[in-house]
Design a protein around this ligand. Sequence first.
Ligand SMILES: NC(=O)c1ccc[n+]([C@@H]2O[C@H](COP(=O)([O-])OP(=O)(O)OC[C@H]3O[C@@H](n4cnc5c(N)ncnc54)[C@H](O)[C@@H]3O)[C@@H](O)[C@H]2O)c1
Length: 293
Amino acid sequence: MEIKKIAVLGAGQMGNGIAHVCAQAGYEVSMRDIDQKFVDKGMATIKKNLERGLKKERITQEELDTTLGRITGVLDLKEAVKDADLVIEAIPEIVNLKLDTWREVDESAPEHAILASNTSSISITQMAAVTKRPEKFIGMHFFNPVPVMGLVEIIKGQATTDDTVKVIKEVSHKVGKKTVLVNEAPGFAVNRLLVPAINEAIFAIQEGVATVEDMDLAIKLGLNWPMGPLTLADFVGLDTLLYISDYFVDEFKDGKYRAPALLRKMVRAGWVGRKSGMGFYDYSGETPEPNRF
Ligand SMILES: NC(=O)c1ccc[n+]([C@@H]2O[C@H](COP(=O)([O-])OP(=O)(O)OC[C@H]3O[C@@H](n4cnc5c(N)ncnc54)[C@H](O)[C@@H]3O)[C@@H](O)[C@H]2O)c1
């Protein structure tokens, strides 16, 4: 099966990155969000990132123009998926929102279309089960920022066929990513380790073990991470981290995955990291300033 057209649901951090790499690899892309302002913001981010590539001479002006020309911003879900060969969903990590969206997509997408979720933790089998094509349903987990990070975790649900896995492997390779195949489990491989690690750093901040900047510096230099766990938390989005942690507790029935109270408090305050301008760091100035807790 040949994939030509890809519908990306969500134009946020992950959605616009996925639309970007798919268009750059030659796919026609429709990028759908629920409000024109989110579509515009996603398109502006793609343009900004492509322009950075042009400045660094990684792409030509012609490539920039063709890539942008392959992406259509859309508000209507039916319109977005009606002639898609592959639908990649990157909407918020809320189970019921994803289930409702997949029911709608299943009604409107062509019968042959493969459905892929970029979920960080939610069961592929649970989402596949609300569609009439569980064999064509799969997890396609990109990493943030998508144009930079080299991995896609491919997750097989209970009914996902090897043919579906094969197509998604090919698409992932075409967009320049290496793949690992993971059997379904909450958080798959990477987030199973990463989310408890970030939460532990937040517990330590909550207990006054170190300041935000010292904790980040300690892990960056002590463990050779490219960035500290609190900087990374702000990148991922504290809302997403909280959803994942709560989901882990529900699924594993194990309190070791619980979210720190500080994380919950920050999300309630609307401090969800970079995308809101405030998180463990304050992004309102020229350079991020660590907050005190
Ligand atoms: N942030 C990360 O580092 C990261 C990494 C891998 C996977 N993910 C996963 O990707 C998904 C999206 O995360 P994000 O960080 O891009 O979130 P985000 O908040 O940046 O973007 C989500 C976007 O989806 C839009 N949206 C909401 N409902 C929608 C709908 N019904 N149809 C279309 N768009 C809708 C929102 O308006 C928003 O623009 C989540 O499942 C998350 O777990 C996130």
